[in-house]
Design a protein around this ligand. Structure first.
Ligand code: RIB
Length: 328
């Protein structure tokens, strides 16, 4: 219909720089006219990879990962790739299943928020020549690219703020220590107490194994049952803080008057609550873009590729849930 060879049509789709503008437009007009859509599977077989990138996060229902995913998606789209997003629910077994399924989809590479400290599962992916970028955690030995936030500093910001507010018994609702982010926030929280020259038992730590609101409310019960209950609570993320706040209000306790509250992530709802939540803001969108950029760079590079660690800094956003001055 366009009066050209099949090879020319292929070049228009795959190597348009080889075809004159006039011929290219004539072919594109016919493609539009007949509604032709190329077969991704066929292309995938020839190229060996699809136009998709996989990302395994802990829980897509956590708005933190939704905002990170948006940064990934936008950066991938700039190079003509799409995102396949999966949740591991902090399960190494589920993470391993997703890794296999994504390999079967011949993804260009993967971005992974690992469910625990073991990076061995990722080696199987890399042995197939697929790049893997660590997301939201660092690469301890620099053998992979990573995009993360300094969670040790984030934990320090949260607890230093509560100590400056006069609190000397601070609850810390953390997630499983197998998750690097949780271990780092705990290290930062403890650093803040020691830097202030205070005893370690200023911090009263409990675990929210699910990292969600229900787990946060359950953890609150344990804190309030302590003989010396806290006057302030630092939560490992904002959805946990939401559950803690719900539990406090159900008990008729006010925030911050009875218990000050600090979250982590600064997701969109944090500032919208009836008592706006003080939170440690993570640069979520930028984190996602950076991870996707690292992956695309590694996929395009040859064996001379040098892994890069990109580390972002958190910042404390003070709101009414921790500041008696009743900031917005
Ligand atoms: O998934 C647990 C937490 O780790 C998220 O809320 C976010 O803080 C991430 O860094």
């Amino acid at each position: 219909m366009a009066g050209v060879s099949v090879g020319t049509v292929s070049n228009v789709l795959n190597r348009p720089e080889l075809v004159s503008q006039q011929t290219r437009q004539r072919v594109l007009d016919v493609i539009e006219q007949v509604g032709f859509i190329r077969n991704g599977s066929a292309r995938q077989l020839r190229a060996g990879t699809s136009r998709a990138v996989g990302a395994i996060v802990l829980d897509v229902a956590n708005p933190f990962f939704t905002e990170v995913a948006r940064g990934i998606e936008d950066r991938l789209a700039e190079d003509g790739y799409v995102l396949i997003l999966c949740s591991s629910d902090e399960s190494p077994e589920k993470e391993a299943r997703h890794l296999r399924l994504l390999l079967e989809q011949s993804v260009l590479g993967m971005l992974v928020v690992t469910a625990d400290r073991d990076l061995g599962r990722l080696e199987a992916v890399r042995r197939r020549g697929r790049p893997v970028v660590l997301l939201d955690r660092t690469s301890p030995d620099g053998t992979m690219c990573s995009a993360a936030v300094d969670d040790v500093h984030g934990g320090e910001l949260a607890v230093s703020h509560l100590l400056a507010g006069g609190h000397r018994r601070i609850g810390f609702v953390n997630g499983p220590l197998a998750i690097q982010q949780c271990a780092d926030r705990r290290e930062g929280a403890r650093n803040a107490v020691r830097t202030a020259g205070l005893p370690d038992d200023v911090l009263l730590e409990v675990t929210n194994p699910t990292l969600n609101a229900d787990g946060g409310e359950e953890a609150l019960a344990a804190l309030l049952a302590d003989p010396d209950p806290p006057t302030a609570i630092f939560c490992v993320n904002d959805v946990t803080a939401l559950g803690v706040m719900r539990g406090l209000l159900r008990r008729g306790l006010s925030v911050p008057e009875d218990v000050a509250l600090v979250g982590y992530d600064d997701v969109e709802f944090a500032g919208l609550l009836a008592t706006p939540l003080t939170s440690v803001r993570q640069p979520k969108y930028q984190l996602g873009r950076a991870a996707a950029d690292l992956l695309l760079t590694e996929a395009a590079a040859g064996p001379e590729h040098r892994h890069e660690q990109r580390l972002f800094q958190p910042e404390l956003v003070v709101r009414a849930s921790s500041d008696r001055a009743g900031l917005p």
